[in-house]
Ligand binder design. Structure first.
Ligand SMILES: O=P(O)(O)OC[C@H]1O[C@H](O)[C@H](O)[C@@H](O)[C@@H]1O
Length: 533
């Protein structure tokens, strides 16, 4: 399906990205939404390639699929569900129907309940048995953790509520380290789980309840629950007034806009949370209305397809020059890899091209002093996606922020331009080297360059901008998945490990022999048993 694009890629493989620049390129290969700018001019995409990529959107009928998503059709075909996280931020956008019923009244009512509860916690009218809530512990994993945890860090300058902690791992080290810093009498525990059956979350929730029960007479009174399986929350003893439900058309990794965002709302308050939703909604409107050539999520997706499926670059690095977006790469790992890491297309046939790429990254400038070496001089090309704000939040430290910005821009420039052998030789000559030694030393200092990157630039990481960024990536995943013809909204690939973990448990517990397992697994069980597991 990408044959014509692959032929085009081959035809232009040897040209230099920097040579594509004329007076117009930067502007022509950039797109804005509000004050946000996405610049993809430092890629080897030209006008013809862009038209061919846009042709893929048309061939895959992405516009129709987009409408099907926004209007509540059951596009998650393997689970028979609509995909409507956009309804959670549809603050003033009118009715959204699922099976002929407008879901907005319930969405807005739940949002109001969240705001009332969050305000009660923040002001102290809802208190712990030892006084005003000082600490909130969100227990959840995957989509019930990564979004609010990323958001609480991203929006720390807006954090004026109680301290927020996130426990996800079943490794007891995680919950132990969090709880030992909290006072049970003034802690609110939020159990966040769409299904309310996830083994890790349930184990941590029970541990937290026991911990609280040691000092507090009614531990369940300091618990809240966020779930689609509201019936299961009462078995855990959580009063319905502190249960915030959501529909099954909100995918776990798309759920931070609704009840799963409660810990973030308690941290930053209802108004800032609404601003975050407004940012998401602004991106939704843009995605739904803008022409493909001006459509930021579509273009971000097309750049991704060009690099991954067409050019074969198997990974992409997400590099926020914005330290508070430190959890964005981890968040995107779930969003992108759980959504588009599929082996078959919608009709169950093996994919004839690669599925979504490996996503990874770290904030700049830290990464520069670690793995950028490989990005600049390694043998594989890693397309890089930079993010940078014009302003930070730290008054009096603007000079440091400007250093951050200069570093970000320097990296994409260095990746594109590189440094050739002549320049490297000149550098070595200045050091007084000659002959073979000069040649040898110079070759280590060559950067091939011609490495692609994009930059997303925005004024400041406000709640609204943060909402725009998250929604931008969500829609990118949708577009990439639609072109690949896969279901981005299921996650069957996580099931097998869960089943095997359940089967292995009695062997690890020593209640059952591991003899029937493969040799390696049996050996590891035996080794760990002997070492006292
Ligand atoms: O929210 P929960 O139902 O507890 O699910 C938590 C996570 O675990 C699952 O295994 C899925 O792979 C994720 O998509 C989900 O976000």
């Amino acid at each position: 399906m990408f044959e014509a694009l692959k032929a085009k890629a081959e035809a232009v493989a040897s040209r230099r990205i920097e040579d594509l620049f004329d007076d117009n390129r930067a502007e022509a290969f950039s797109v804005s939404v509000g004050d946000m700018l996405f610049d993809y001019s430092k890629t080897n995409i030209d006008a013809e390639t862009l038209d061919m990529l846009i042709g893929q959107l048309e061939a895959a009928k992405v516009a129709e699929r987009r409408e099907a998503m926004f209007t509540g059709e059951a596009i998650n075909v393997t689970e028979g569900r609509a995909v409507l996280h956009t309804a959670l931020r549809n603050l003033d956008g009118g009715a959204v129907e699922v099976d002929g019923q407008d879901v907005m009244p319930e969405v807005l009512e739940t949002l109001q309940r969240m705001e009332d509860f969050s305000e009660a916690v923040r002001t102290g009218s809802f208190a712990g048995q030892g006084g005003k809530i000082t600490d909130v512990v969100n227990i959840g994993i995957g989509g019930s953790d990564l979004g609010p945890a990323m958001g609480a860090l991203a929006l720390r300058p807006y954090h004026d509520g109680p301290r927020c902690h996130f426990v996800s791992n079943v490794d007891p080290a995680d919950i132990q380290d969090v709880l030992q810093a909290c006072d049970p009498a003034t802690t609110l525990v939020i159990v966040a789980s769409k299904t309310f059956t996830t083994a890790e979350t349930m184990a941590n929730a029970r541990t937290a309840k026991a911990w609280m029960g040691e000092t507090v007479s009614d531990p369940a009174a300091q618990f809240a629950a966020l779930s689609s399986a509201v019936d299961k929350t009462s078995d855990f003893g959580i009063d319905p007034s502190r249960v915030f439900g959501f529909a099954d058309w909100v995918g776990g990794r798309y759920s931070m806009w609704g009840p799963i965002g409660l810990s973030l709302m308690i941290a930053i308050g209802g108004d800032a949370f609404r601003a975050f939703l407004r940012g998401g909604q602004a991106m939704d409107r843009h995605f739904r209305q803008a022409e493909w050539h001006e459509n930021m999520p579509a273009l971000l997706a097309l750049v991704g397809l060009w690099h991954n499926q067409v050019l074969g670059h198997a990974t992409r690095a997400v590099l926020p020059y914005d330290n508070r977006l430190a959890r964005l790469p981890a968040y995107l790992q779930q969003l992108e890899m759980e959504s588009n890491g599929k082996r078959v297309s919608m009709d169950g046939k093996p994919l004839p091209y690669d599925s979504g790429p490996v996503v990874w990254g770290e904030p700049g400038t830290n990464g520069q002093h670690a793995f950028y070496q490989l990005i600049h001089q390694g043998t594989r090309v890693i397309p890089c996606e930079f993010l940078v704000a014009a302003q930070g939040h730290e008054e009096g430290l603007e000079h440091q922020h400007r250093m951050l910005v200069a570093n970000c821009l320097a990296q994409s420039e260095a990746l594109m331009k590189g440094r050739d052998m002549d320049v490297a030789r000149g550098l070595m000559e200045k050091k007084g080297l000659t002959g073979d030694e000069l040649e040898r030393q110079a070759s280590h200092r060559v950067f091939e360059g011609n490495r692609p990157s994009t930059t997303l630039a925005y004024p400041k990481l406000t709640p609204e901008v943060f909402g725009m960024i998250v929604a931008l990536y969500e829609h990118r995943v949708f577009v990439e998945g639609a072109i690949l013809g896969i279901n981005s909204y299921d996650q069957w690939g996580v099931e097998l490990g869960k089943e095997l973990a359940t089967a292995l448990q009695p062997m690890v517990d020593g209640e059952q022999s591991a003899a029937g397992k493969d040799g390696s697994t049996a050996q590891l069980v035996d080794f760990l048993r002997k070492q006292g597991v």
